[in-house]
Design a protein around this ligand. Structure first.
Ligand code: ADP
Ligand code: SF4
Length: 688
């Protein structure tokens, strides 16, 4: 069967009420840390998705009123007409490429803290706001409910005026009032908005009907609904009330956008949910209940799975947030039979972390994500070479691979040398750890590209010295030599008082464990002052080998950073389930007489833990020797990039490689003068 026939079902148009999507690729709403604070950046990013073939391109949760103020987060905002021009940038960008633009209107209820507006916080019943904050939302009275309905209706009209084609009512992620009214544990009302499911659904029904009434003649009305809270009988379940909701509202929206809640369940990482399409079991009933089109998600990147989901009648649209972030051109690549060129999402949630840090979105796989406007980067286009210069890249980790690949795409003659027999650097090592197998896609995508380019030469098992580099005679050199983990326990908590290690306990580095050269007997103490994923994964690996593991960290929780990737609670739960002994808020004092001394991070009080081995995960040492040796040796250019320049995430290394390739042969003064375009606050005040 030809590629065209095999996937052609994915390119059929689908109607959403009065509007028609040109194919079945639907970028569902996703946050991006740009929103109302950086509207030009968001518009350009969404425009690229439309250009890449997504027939529907949504924005993200869009506050309808100052009582739903998500400050400090940078989501969408449509409080009044002053917000229309910013959103118009996006709808224009999406329309220009022939796609439909969708807006996810929301009232966040007790999920918003109204820090900017200082407006009352609203909820179906009296209860605490989200997050560890000593504040409460108040139960909405009838007038509040009438107001909310009016705000939603007026926002829908503003959204239509901003050019949106699809307008959402949003009841998902445990973040919205419509859903809060549905859930019995949040809605304890005794009036017609509480009690029976029909009553708890009343508000949603009204919002759907009134949105249709307001804009339904020209816009499709979408309903985003979390069919299952994944709490078993403690929450809404797809096979019980979740299904009943779909039955009760079946034909009311023009489109059902269904998923699971909360966000950490919807956007599961591959570490905890390796299976693509993992939401199918929850959502597959929906199409049996409604005649309206259905969109579903689940980190779907395989075109074959997409076809099977459509032909089996699970969905009408292939929904995607992360797969569209990792590869905005995924639909076009399928249509053009370039399936092996898809940059598959690895499910690491670095994109989520940026939004949660109120920074513009970034992506491990796609270094151009978030840079479309401010740096003018396109995920598929890079400017051609401007000379016949030859380039050497040393190190085939994520930075070196990306740098070499992009330079080769520009047309330069590229030599890539790697000391090891395997490409990938840290990614090769980390992707062999429990749950991180999908991360190998970072290497596979780049190797697949590079090995097909006649102007790129790869030399494996080629550890280069400075003399080797100079002998090669290649004038432009990028060093992506990476890092190694230190094993002396020195890190942010111990810089003032470095731990004393008396040698009585065998000490291992993170790399030793990754290389399978760890302790054979326990107990083994893992000390984590890095706070990323590594120490937690190493603990899991050693515990799975049957060793008795103690996990100590100066932080109050395991793998602290992973709360930003929506995984922390799962990481900690897994270690507890595996019997790992957690010693939290403990700073490494030293190792003496077969015992690790830990000092309380608050009081300094010590306790000792007898163990047979220790793994000390604190900081990495940059591999700069080659760089130092090559300085002043007459090379035309010499650049240290990636982790060797600044140890960080894999996403940072890929970005560094990409930036270096784009910047090659650009005027350094121009780069210095123009880091990137910025969006500055307007001093134009309305109504003043
Ligand atoms: P980054 O994340 O910056 O890409 P990594 O640590 O993942 O860094 O990868 C660095 C790679 O560089 C490793 O695969 C390592 O084997 C390789 N490397 C380091 N020094 C040399 C060298 N002198 N010659 C060739 N390869 C090297
Ligand atoms: Fe996927 Fe990671 Fe990119 Fe997010 S950052 S889209 S999870 S590869």
């Amino acid at each position: 069967m030809s590629v065209e026939n095999k996937y052609s079902v994915l390119f059929e148009p689908v109607k959403i009420g009065p509007v028609t999507a040109r194919n079945r690729f639907y970028q569902v709403p996703h946050c991006n840390g740009m929103g109302h604070q950086r509207p030009q950046a968001e518009a350009a990013m969404r425009g690229i998705k439309a250009e890449g073939g997504w027939a529907v391109v949504s924005n993200q949760e869009t506050e309808i009123h100052p009582t739903s103020d998500l400050t400090p987060f940078a989501e969408g905002r449509l409080w009044d007409a002053r917000d229309i021009p910013g959103l118009r940038l996006m709808t224009d960008a999406v329309h220009e490429k022939g796609s439909l633009a969708a807006v996810e209107l929301v009232h966040n209820g007790s999920h918003s803290q109204n820090l900017y507006s200082r407006a009352p916080i609203l909820a179906p019943s009296d209860y605490s706001v989200d997050g560890a904050l000593p504040k409460q939302a108040r139960m909405m009275d009838k007038e509040d409910i009438r107001n909310l309905r009016r705000w939603h209706r007026e926002a829908a009209i503003r959204a239509r005026d901003a050019g949106f084609d699809v307008i959402y009512v949003y009841a998902g992620h445990n973040m919205t009032l419509a859903q809060h009214f549905m859930l019995p544990h949040m809605n304890q009302r005794m009036d017609e908005y509480g009690g029976s499911l029909e009553n708890r659904l009343r508000l949603t029904r009204e919002l759907l009907e009134e949105t249709r009434e307001a804009v339904g003649d020209t816009c499709g009305v979408a309903f985003r609904f979390a069919v299952d809270e994944m709490l078993g009988s403690d929450g809404m379940q797809a096979r019980e009330e979740g299904r009943a909701v779909v039955e009760l509202l079946a034909e009311l929206p023009d489109l059902w956008d269904v998923n699971v809640s909360e966000w950490a369940n919807d956007s599961m990482t591959t570490r905890f949910q390796p299976q693509d399409g993992y939401q199918n079991d929850y959502i597959s009933f929906v199409k049996q209940v409604t005649t309206k089109p259905v969109v579903g998600v689940g980190r779907i990147t395989s075109p074959d799975m997409m076809v099977s989901m459509v032909t089996k009648g699970i969905v009408d649209f292939i929904g995607a947030a992360r797969p569209s972030i990792a590869d905005p051109f995924l639909p076009n690549k399928i249509q053009q039979g370039r399936v092996d060129e898809i940059r598959e999402c690895i499910g690491c949630n670095i994109c989520v972390a940026a939004d949660s840090q109120i920074a513009p979105i970034r992506c491990t796989q796609n270094p151009t994500m978030g840079e479309e406007w401010r740096r003018g980067w396109h995920p598929e286009i890079i400017s051609p070479k401007i000379s016949e210069a030859e380039v050497l890249v040393v190190g085939a980790g994520p930075a070196g691979l990306e740098c070499a690949m992009q330079l080769a795409r520009r047309g330069y003659d590229v030599t890539l040398a790697e000391a090891s027999s395997e490409a990938g650097g840290r990614v090769a090592a980390e992707s062999a750890l429990p749950g991180l197998g999908a991360w190998k896609r970072v290497v596979d995508y780049r190797m697949n590209d590079l090995t097909q380019r006649a102007n790129a030469r790869l030399f494996m098992q080629s550890q280069l010295s400075a003399d080797d580099v100079l002998e090669l005679g290649i004038p432009h050199v990028f060093l992506a030599t990476g890092t190694h983990w230190r094993a002396d326990g020195i890190g942010r908590a111990t810089h003032r008082t470095p731990p004393v290690l008396d040698g009585s306990v065998q000490v291992f580095s993170a790399e030793d464990i990754m290389a399978g050269q760890g302790p054979q007997t326990g107990p083994v103490l893992i000390y984590d002052d890095d706070h990323g994923y590594i120490a937690g994964v190493l603990a899991e690996k050693l515990a799975a080998q049957g060793l008795s593991v103690i996990f100590a960290t100066p932080e109050t929780m395991v793998s602290h950073f992973t709360h930003l990737t929506l995984e922390q609670h799962r990481v900690q739960a897994r270690l507890i389930d595996m019997g790992v002994d957690l010693r939290l808020s403990q700073v490494l004092g030293g190792i003496a007489d077969g015992q690790v001394q830990l000092n309380c991070a608050y009081t300094g009080r010590s306790h000792s833990v007898p163990c047979a081995a220790a793994v000390l995960v604190s900081e990495r040492v940059r591999e700069t020797a080659l760089h130092e040796a090559l300085k002043g040796q007459g090379l035309s250019t010499l650049d240290l990039i990636g982790d060797a320049a600044n140890p960080g995430f894999i996403a940072d290394a890929v970005f560094a490689g990409h930036l270096a390739a784009r910047s090659f042969e650009r005027d350094p003064a121009a780069i210095e003068a123009d880091w990137f375009r910025r969006e500055t606050p307007s001093l134009h005040s309305q109504g003043g």
